[in-house]
Design a protein. Structure first.
Length: 119
């Protein structure tokens, strides 16, 4: 099970790197005083906004914390629970990446429509 844990941890490291890289690219393009959309209505229009730092860093930080919590729980329990924790870690990694990248795509489109991006 140790080698499977290493593979899943590598997956999380790759996912968090992708999320951080995407956030970094978005940070460079978004104007400093822009309010970034964090929620959208059914029509795809921005419903709630927050500062650039919170919008771009919240999901990667939550993902890193979740990874650490699930990793710690997997080491605390017996073999059956450890396998469940490993499976959850493997499941949540790509979900977090897809949600973050989808959110960034929608937010960047909305900001581009509003002229809040650098040329």
């Amino acid at each position: 099970m140790d080698w499977m844990s290493l593979i899943v941890d590598g997956l999380w490291i790759a996912v968090l790197s992708i999320m951080a890289g995407a956030s970094r690219q978005a940070w460079r393009l978004i104007l400093p005083d822009a309010q970034v959309p964090i929620a959208f209505d059914k029509a795809g229009q921005p419903k709630a906004r927050t500062s650039k730092a919170i919008a771009l860093l919240a999901l990667p930080v939550v993902g890193a914390v979740l990874w650490i919590v699930l990793m710690a729980l997997g080491r605390r329990f017996g073999p059956n629970e450890a396998m469940i924790s490993l499976g959850l870690r493997a499941l949540f990694a790509p979900i977090f990446a897809l949600v973050h990248l989808s959110h960034l795509r929608r937010a960047m489109k909305a900001l581009d429509d509003e002229g809040q991006l650098r040329g």
